[in-house]
Design a protein around this ligand. Structure first.
Ligand code: SF4
Ligand code: SF4
Length: 131
């Protein structure tokens, strides 16, 4: 499960993310972190069981953190895609491939949300849900 956390300025010096790791006894994989003096945004993933996901959301919301569950990290608009392969060759973790029918196949688990494919696509067929 992937999720995006937006921390308000008041929580900048609070160890809320570390508290969550201790509370849920699970490692959280940080995919992206963008922190400045005004706010912090963290995109992370965890293999928390589904039953605990709402507990996790509640945990953060009670502390003033906005939580968005991310269903899909990368959206591929197959109507626009012309199967040029530019995204495939640029992806540093081989998260995209072209299938036999020339459709783009995306492996959510491998993606590290670098955005290289999005910028390379000549027809703007790719969109990262975290930007
Ligand atoms: S965002 Fe980066 S890692 Fe993810 S599919 Fe695109 S190029 Fe690969
Ligand atoms: S770069 Fe864009 S048009 Fe080319 S294969 Fe990838 S998604 Fe399709």
């Amino acid at each position: 499960m992937r999720f995006k956390l937006t921390f308000p300025k008041e929580l900048a010096d609070k160890p809320v993310f570390s508290e969550a790791i201790l509370r849920f006894h699970r490692p959280f994989n940080i995919i992206e972190a963008d922190v400045d003096a005004e706010k912090g945004v963290i995109v992370a993933s965890t293999d928390l069981p589904e039953d605990d996901v709402m507990e996790l959301v509640k945990f953060f919301e009670e502390r003033g953190v906005r939580v968005e569950l991310l269903a899909k990290l990368l959206e591929v608009d197959l109507e626009k895609c012309i199967s040029c392969g530019a995204c495939v060759s640029l992806c540093p973790v081989e998260a995209i491939s072209i299938a036999r029918d020339w459709s783009v196949v995306f492996d959510e688990e491998k993606c590290v949300a670098c955005g290289l494919c999005v910028n390379a696509c000549p027809v703007r067929a790719l969109k990262l849900s975290i930007h």
